[in-house]
Design a protein. Structure first.
Length: 257
């Protein structure tokens, strides 16, 4: 879920960063907003995050809007989707891509919410008030829900500090900059960032890194290929897998012997 525009504006404590990762997040704070997150209804947040998998906001948002138009929103959404015809649901979310797979995940998740919690309100309370580790484990038990989806629900609905969801942008940039090992998988990147970024800055770090990945540190043509002056974080980056001299860009994992 790339919720780069949501959240409540806030300001984090200033001072000398204790780690490189914190210094990067602080620098992103000078470029973008600083926000705190939480308060979204848990089940719609889960649905929205599933729809965002492997696609952009411009594709997934219309699918989410169409889903709400057809099935309603609020606390009734889970019960409605639990009883939904799967093919009709797939047709509704076609713009999000992988619509057959995503429709199964969404309907299965709705059925689990109703079966295990009774209704979406109880599920929402579980996400907001439960132990974050237990909530994460329960979310990961839902077929088709992976670490990024679970972490986004914890962040955007539960408002949990210390959660740094790892999407493709965060995964790429953390390894490219040297904030995580070049061959780290998504979970290893998450662990590295959550261990080195103050808990209150993790949510902002996630959304700001996504924005930075869209505007500067893209997968195939990072800004530094046009010279280090083109990237506002060039002085904090190891440029693993990126060669401004030759223009070559490879996955950081390919640099590991």
């Amino acid at each position: 879920m790339e919720n780069v525009g949501s959240g409540v504006e806030t300001r984090f404590a200033t001072g000398s960063p204790e780690t490189r990762a914190e210094a990067v997040v602080d620098a992103l704070g000078d470029i973008y907003w600083q926000k705190a997150y939480g308060g979204r209804e848990a089940f719609p947040c889960l649905v929205r995050t599933v729809l965002s998998q492997n696609t952009s906001d411009t594709a997934s948002q219309p699918a989410f809007d169409a889903l709400l138009d057809r099935y309603g929103d609020g606390t009734a959404l889970a019960a409605t989707l639990a009883a939904a015809d799967r093919e009709t649901l797939a047709e509704t979310i076609v713009s999000a891509g992988l619509y057959n797979q995503k429709s199964r995940v969404i309907r299965d998740a709705a059925r689990e919410v109703i079966a295990d919690f009774g209704d979406a309100a109880a599920f929402d309370a579980f996400v907001r008030e439960g132990d974050p580790d237990e909530v994460r484990d329960r979310l990961l038990d839902v077929r088709g829900v992976g670490p990024k989806t679970a972490d986004c629900v914890l962040l955007f609905s539960g408002g949990c500090d210390g959660i740094f969801p790892v999407d493709t942008h965060v995964h790429r940039i953390a390894r490219r900059m040297g904030l995580a090992p070049p061959d780290a998988d998504h979970e290893a990147v998450r662990e590295a960032l959550e261990a080195s970024v103050p808990s209150e800055k993790c949510g902002f770090g996630h959304t700001a890194t996504i924005q930075f990945g869209r505007e500067y540190c893209t997968a195939r043509k990072p800004a530094c290929l046009d010279g280090t002056a083109a990237c506002p974080l060039s002085d904090r980056c190891d440029r693993i897998g990126v060669s401004p001299e030759t223009g070559e860009v490879v996955d950081p994992a390919e640099t590991v012997d």
